[in-house]
Structures are given as structure tokens and as C-alpha cells.
Design a protein around this ligand. Structure first.
Ligand code: G
Ligand code: G
Ligand code: MN
Ligand code: NA
Length: 250
């Protein structure tokens, strides 16, 4: 009950904010785009997005929270140029929302001078997609409108490589559990090599998540991973100035 009223309060006050974490091209160190990460109000038990979205789901308020979070993410986006991409997390459950149509998204993007071509929807692989065929046709529909698709947290969830291939994503984001200390674990390296070759054959770009050390960054760059994200390259924040010194020297 307390959670429910906290959520309703958050929705009513539109009290969520977005922080943005850069996604960097490992070839030349340039900013490829930003992932928007939603936060509840400071001091709230629902400040963490994991708690916020879990509560919304169990309280039957996922759809309105998702719409609010996406609107805030677009309004505050750091993405400034035609080339920079805005990565938006999408709960797989949202693909069942009859009201989830990109119409409003499009309007908000246009207000910011952005287009669907600037947007990558990240679908998490952690929870298996229940109605796979329905999800696929919705994603195909978005792709036709110019949006791009990423499979989030890949390697940590349930989707088979076959399922990933069928969704035909533009990007696969490799879960940070696979990236952690990759320079010291041969099995992680072999798994990533396999995913790289798989992705290359299908024309998919890989994004390594959770890069925290220079050793990891060097290894991933040498292996030919296209893009990277993580505390080493930039923490979630609201300013371009968030970029860490490591990156400026990179
Ligand atoms: O920022 P970080 O702490 O904590 O985010 C934790 C998780 O919350 C991540 O897995 C991220 O995908 C998810 N998350 C963050 N913002 C959103 C959002 O706007 N929508 C959805 N569905 N998930 C989000
Ligand atoms: O998965 P979600 O979209 O899955 O992933 C975003 C989450 O990962 C956020 O909670 C963000 O704060 C966190 N994150 C981003 N970079 C790093 C990192 O280098 N290390 C760790 N531990 N977490 C990170
Ligand atoms: Mn994500
Ligand atoms: Na992720």
C-alpha cells in the first residue's frame, strides 16, 4: 500500500529524472550516443530504477511509468547532433501495451530536433519475452519507422543466439558480467569472440557494458568490439563534462 501511494505520487508529480551515460566508439574514442537511465526522487525508496520499475510492474502501473520515463528521457537528452544516438530502455512487457505507439515519442523527439533515426530501443534479455512473435512484429514495425533495436544485457539472460538473430537487432549489448576482468579470463574471451563473429555475419554491432578498467578497455579494443560503455568511459550524469579524463586522453 505504501509503495502504491509512493508510485502514484511519483507519477502525479512526474517526479522521475534521467541521467545519461555515454556510449563510446572504441575505434576512435568519439561519443556515439547516450543511454538514458531513469531515477526516482532522491531519498525515495523507489529512487533506484530497478525498484521503481519492479514496483510499477507489481502495482499495475508499468505502462504509465514507462511513458513518463521515456518522455523525461527525451526531454533531457544530451544528444545534440544528427549522428548521436539516444538509447532508451524498454521493458519487454511494454511490447504488450496497446497504447505504446511511437506517435507521442515522435512528437517529443521533434521538439528536441531529433528523429527516430536517433533512437535505439534497448530490450532487456533478462526476462524472456513471452509472446515472441508479437514482440517481433512490434519491433519490426518500429524499425520500419526508423528506430533501431538493441538487445540489452546479452549473455546474462535466457535468449538463445537463435532468438537474438530472429529479432534482427542493430546492436547487442554484452552484459557487464562477461566484460568484468575479461583480460584475465580465457573463457570470457572465447565467448566474446564467438559473439563477435556471430554479430559480424549478421551485421550487428556489439556494445560492451560495464568497462571499469584500462585493461578491460585495451582487451576489448584489440578484440575489435565496436562500442563501449562503463564507469571508465563516463558515469551516468547530466552534462557533457561527465566524460572522464581517461577518455579525453584516450
Ligand atoms: O542506472 P542503473 O542503475 O542503475 O539501472 C538499473 C537498471 O534499470 C538497468 O538495467 C536499466 O536497464 C534499468 N532502467 C533504467 N532506466 C530505465 C527505464 O527508463 N525503463 C526501463 N524499463 N528500465 C530502466
Ligand atoms: O542495464 P541496464 O540498462 O542494464 O544497465 C545500466 C546499469 O549499469 C546502470 O545501473 C548503470 O549505472 C550501470 N553501470 C554502467 N556502467 C557501469 C560500470 O562500469 N560498472 C558497474 N558496476 N555498473 C555500471
Ligand atoms: Mn540498458
Ligand atoms: Na544493460
Amino acid at each position: 500500500l505504501a509503495l502504491h501511494s509512493e508510485l502514484q505520487h511519483i507519477l502525479h508529480q512526474q517526479a522521475v529524472t534521467s541521467v545519461y551515460q555515454p556510449i563510446i566508439s572504441l575505434k576512435d574514442g568519439t561519443v556515439f550516443g547516450y543511454e538514458a537511465l531513469t531515477r526516482g526522487p532522491e531519498g525515495s525508496p523507489l529512487q533506484s530504477p530497478l525498484k521503481l520499475f519492479a514496483a510499477a510492474e507489481s502495482e499495475g502501473l508499468l505502462y504509465p511509468l514507462d511513458r513518463l520515463a521515456r518522455a523525461k528521457a527525451i526531454q533531457g537528452a544530451l544528444t545534440r547532433t544528427e549522428e548521436e544516438m539516444l538509447f532508451l530502455n524498454l521493458s519487454a512487457e511494454i511490447l504488450n501495451d496497446p497504447q505504446f505507439e511511437p506517435g507521442r515519442t515522435l512528437e517529443l523527439l521533434e521538439q528536441r530536433g531529433l528523429t527516430p533515426g536517433n533512437v535505439v530501443f534497448e530490450i532487456t534479455e533478462r526476462s524472456s519475452i513471452e509472446d515472441f512473435d508479437a514482440a517481433k512484429s512490434i519491433l519490426d514495425h518500429y524499425r520500419q519507422q526508423g528506430y533501431r533495436i538493441a538487445i540489452d544485457d546479452a549473455g546474462a539472460g535466457y535468449s538463445s543466439l537463435q532468438a537474438i538473430a530472429e529479432l534482427q537487432p542493430d546492436f547487442i549489448k554484452i552484459d557487464r558480467s562477461l566484460i568484468k576482468d575479461i583480460h584475465r579470463h580465457k573463457t570470457k574471451e572465447y565467448i566474446l569472440e564467438t559473439m563477435l563473429s556471430f554479430a559480424e555475419k549478421l551485421g550487428i554491432h556489439l556494445i560492451a557494458e560495464g568497462i571499469e578498467s584500462a585493461e578491460e578497455l585495451m582487451k576489448l579494443t584489440r578484440m575489435g568490439v565496436h562500442f563501449g560503455q562503463g564507469f571508465l568511459l563516463g558515469r551516468p550524469g547530466t552534462e557533457q563534462a561527465q566524460l572522464q579524463p581517461e577518455l579525453k586522453n584516450y
